[in-house]
Design a protein around this ligand. Structure first.
Ligand SMILES: O=C(O)CCC(=O)C(=O)O
Length: 268
């Protein structure tokens, strides 16, 4: 359970690190599955042609990945922070990343509603070795918009910063070890750079939104966010197999999405 101070820090700074959230067995299982699956994942040449591989969505490919969605440690932390359940929004991506990911925020700078990501790493990550870099507090809409208006530009429709990537005031490199999970509001401005040892960043990201309850604007945002993830490659939030193999927690989350009027939650 997160302490009151940890919850307060999340609201203030926009992230928390769940240390040792995954057991050694869970990490081993993920490493094995990642190794097996990433070798055949599509090459992703968005930034450069250097062999980055990325699979999105990835959770349906192996039970080890799908089990991350409702991991009890993650669910509990989100509940501690929001006072309500958080819901999987069908966004997931897995990488062997050999590129710099420049400073950016996910979506429009200054947006109001939070979306969350868990970041799961298979190696130790630190400054110079592929860590997630964050500007603490930059998820607050006014801060985010001010940063972009004063120091930003659009790159092929995506918001970036014109600042020296290595010298942004207040930026933090989040050191993690296998088993740690970073839970963060992905309105935060963030980046990650190549590892100095030439190895790829072996990472997995999964997206959530807090249950909107009776907030009609948040509800519309949730529906739109999930529906934009539904494509030919992912016709439903949960595949038939995922529903068959999932725990009661998965059934509960799927049923709640349906209750909220989200379409194409499960394969019939
Ligand atoms: O490349 C990375 O590791 C950072 C990931 C990221 O930017 C994102 O998930 O939006």
């Amino acid at each position: 359970m997160l302490s009151d101070l940890e919850v307060g820090q999340f609201w203030t700074f926009g992230f928390t690190v769940l240390r040792g959230c995954l057991s050694e067995n869970e990490v081993d299982r993920l490493q094995e599955a990642h190794c097996r699956v990433i070798a055949d994942a599509p090459v992703y040449n968005y930034f450069a042609e250097n062999g980055t591989r990325m699979l999105s969505p990835f959770v349906q490919v192996d039970d080890a990945f799908a089990d991350l969605i409702e991991h009890p440690g993650v669910m509990e932390a989100m509940r501690d922070i929001w006072g309500t359940e958080c819901l999987y929004i069908a966004g997931s991506d897995m990488w062997a990343n050999r590129d710099h990911t420049p400073w950016h925020t996910d979506g429009q700078p200054g947006r109001q509603n939070a979306t969350l990501k868990t970041a799961i790493y298979l190696d130790e990550q630190s400054k110079g070795f592929g860590s997630l870099n964050l500007i603490p507090g930059s998820h607050h809409p006014e801060y985010s918009a001010a940063l972009f208006r004063s120091c930003g530009y659009w790159d092929r429709g995506r918001p970036r910063l014109r600042l020296d990537p290595d010298a942004i005031p207040g930026a933090l490199s989040v050191q993690t070890y296998p088993g740690d999970i970073v839970l963060w509001d992905n309105r935060l401005w963030h980046s990650a750079f190549k590892r100095k040892d030439g190895q790829p960043r072996r990472t997995m990201f999964i997206g959530y939104m807090p249950d909107p309850q009776d907030d009609l604007l948040a509800l519309k945002d949730l529906r739109t966010t999930v529906e934009t993830q539904i494509t030919e490659g992912q016709p439903c939030v949960y595949s038939k197999e995922m529903m068959e193999k999932g725990s009661p927690r998965r059934e509960k989350m799927a049923a709640r999405l349906e209750e909220l009027g989200v379409e194409k939650v499960r394969e019939l």
